[in-house]
Design a protein around this ligand. Sequence first.
Ligand code: SF4
Length: 64
Amino acid sequence: MKVWVDRNLCENHGQCAIAAPNNFEMDSEGVLQYEEEFPEAELEYIEDAMDVCPVQAIFLKGEQ
Ligand code: SF4
C-alpha cells in the first residue's frame, strides 16, 4: 500500500510522525520525511495520521 503527502498543503506540524512513527518522521530541519510504501499492518496508524493532520494533506494511493 502507498501513502502520499501533498507538500503544497503540509505545514510540517508533525502530528503524523506521532501517530505513525514507522512511516513519518520530522528531520533535523523540522521537515516531514516519509516512506511512500507501507505494509498493510501499518494501515491503522496511517489512517490515524490522516485523521490528525490539521491540513488533511495525507492521502492513500492505489489499491486499498
Ligand atoms: S501532520 Fe500533516 S501537516 Fe503535519 S507534517 Fe504530517 S502531513 Fe504535514
